[in-house]
Design a protein around this ligand. Structure first.
Ligand SMILES: Cc1cc2nc3c(=O)[nH]c(=O)nc-3n(C[C@H](O)[C@H](O)[C@H](O)COP(=O)(O)OP(=O)(O)OC[C@H]3O[C@@H](n4cnc5c(N)ncnc54)[C@H](O)[C@@H]3O)c2cc1C
Length: 418
């Protein structure tokens, strides 16, 4: 193995989406490339994406809007995204006979609904470029001489190499091989690493009764984040209750903000079950509805507008007998129902850790990387791509697009600078 690695111009470390695209593109442009992966197979995490269907990109926005979705670091992606954006990756896969379809909110999936087909298309690309795939080897670090990487440490040996693209991913879902190895080496090489944190993760809450709602999903819920009795942010979308707390796209996308707030103190998530109505509008609606249905009992009336599990919980928290007739409900009881429907409160116990997070926020500091080439500004023969960067987005295909854009650009610029 060492002998073969010695004959290559470029070593790409990490066989995830970013590494595969970087290796394939550099090879397509004529570089002799070796791709080093510590798992026995490539793309272990890629196969889990989109619940095995792979939401491979996002097309509901232009470059500017895409960048805005990534927050304050988004503008770093401008060059890479303009060079190789969502349309380019869709065309890339189409040329490899992988057709795609667009689902709700601009999320793009393979027509076959199979992440395996995405992986197979990438492996085909690597093979066409004669990339040497060396799986089952763990890179241990680098040798370093005068602002250049002079060798890669693999097991106990040192292998000489001209250039390196680092695509070892973040720390999320470590069972897939992403254990943050690249952060340690880049620090040793003089780069700054912004503290990696779990992002796009479910939330554990303190209220044990949340387990009563396990399995309930709400399509258009609204949450408000509260800290020190001040509303800090609001989000709207789909929420899913689990045995320990809250999940679903709405919560997962809010988890980064929740984590940031938790650094400053405790956080309360207020759930609005009827976001389109104010408290007084909802109260008036219920007064009218109770009048029209005054012979019905509470449980029969509310089951028309609430799911059974939510109804049971609201009545339990409001301490109201489900069999009570609507015309016997007191004003106080009606007001407590209204308040629970408008403001069901959960105290955050924790944002679940790297084991359950989909993404890592933080990573290699962007100011030390040239956004036009992905080349390190500190080590002249080092490039970066993918989740290892201090760049992340919400759910919906943004994160894989970051990998495609930065991976392709790193492969392109590295091959051209050879
Ligand atoms: C459950 C889940 C679902 C997701 N779904 C989506 C989705 O539908 N759409 C979307 O856009 N994003 C999704 N993501 C995020 C997306 O998977 C990541 O953004 C993406 O995989 C990051 O790619 P990467 O190539 O940078 O790193 P990774 O995919 O993490 O790959 C890094 C590779 O480097 C290897 N490696 C690490 N250390 C070493 C070493 N020392 N030596 C050799 N090799 C090493 C690892 O084994 C790994 O294979 C999801 C994530 C998860 C966890």
């Amino acid at each position: 193995m060492d002998k073969s690695i010695k004959n290559f111009d470029v070593a790409v470390i990490g066989g995830g989406p970013a590494g595969m695209l970087a290796a394939g593109r550099a090879a397509e442009l004529g570089a002799k490339v070796v791709l080093l992966e510590k798992n026995s197979t490539l793309g272990k995490k890629l196969l889990l994406t989109g619940n095995g269907r792979c939401n491979l990109t996002q097309i509901d926005c232009d470059v500017k809007e895409f960048i805005e979705k990534l927050g304050k670091n988004g503008k770093f992606l401008f060059s890479a995204l303009s060079f190789f954006g969502p349309n380019e990756i869709i065309n890339f896969f189409a040329k490899k006979n992988l057709l795609t379809k667009v689902e709700k909110n601009g999320r793009v999936f393979p027509l076959s609904d199979k992440a395996t087909d995405v992986l197979l298309a990438l492996i085909k690309y690597l093979k066409e470029g004669k990339v040497e795939i060396v799986a089952g080897v763990q890179v241990k670090g680098f040798e370093f001489l005068k602002n250049k990487i002079s060798g890669i440490r693999i097991d106990d040996k040192i292998v000489n190499i001209n250039k390196v693209i680092l695509c070892t991913g973040g720390k999320a879902y470590p069972v897939t091989g992403s254990t943050g190895d690249g952060y340690l080496w880049t620090k040793e090489l003089g780069h700054t690493v912004i503290a990696p944190m779990p992002a796009l993760a479910p939330i554990k809450v303190q209220e044990n009764w949340v387990s009563d709602l396990q399995g309930v999903s709400l399509e258009n819920a609204k949450i408000n984040l509260w800290q020190n009795e001040k509303k800090q942010a609001s989000f709207q979308g789909e929420i899913l209750f689990t045995h320990f707390g809250l999940s679903g796209p709405l919560i997962i996308n809010a988890s980064k903000n929740i984590n940031a707030l938790l650094q400053k103190g405790s956080v309360v998530i207020e759930l609005e079950l009827f976001p389109e109505l104010t408290i007084s509008e909802l109260d008036k609606k219920l007064i009218l509805a109770f009048r029209e249905n005054n012979k019905k009992d509470v449980k029969n009336y509310f089951k028309e507008i609430l799911s059974q599990k939510i109804l049971n919980l609201i009545l339990k928290l409001a301490e109201i007998d489900p069999d009570k007739k609507l015309n016997f409900l007191t004003k106080k009881e009606r007001r407590s129902i209204v308040m629970l429907l408008k403001s069901l409160k959960f105290t955050v116990a924790e944002v679940m850790g790297f084991e359950q997070a989909m993404i890592t926020s933080g990573g290699v500091a962007l100011k030390e990387i040239d956004p036009k080439t992905m080349r390190s500004k500190i080590i002249e023969n080092l490039y970066f791509a993918g989740e290892i960067l201090d760049l992340d987005g919400p759910t919906g295909g943004y994160n894989l697009q970051i990998c495609w854009s930065t991976g392709y650009l790193a492969g392109e610029s590295m091959a051209k600078i050879i």
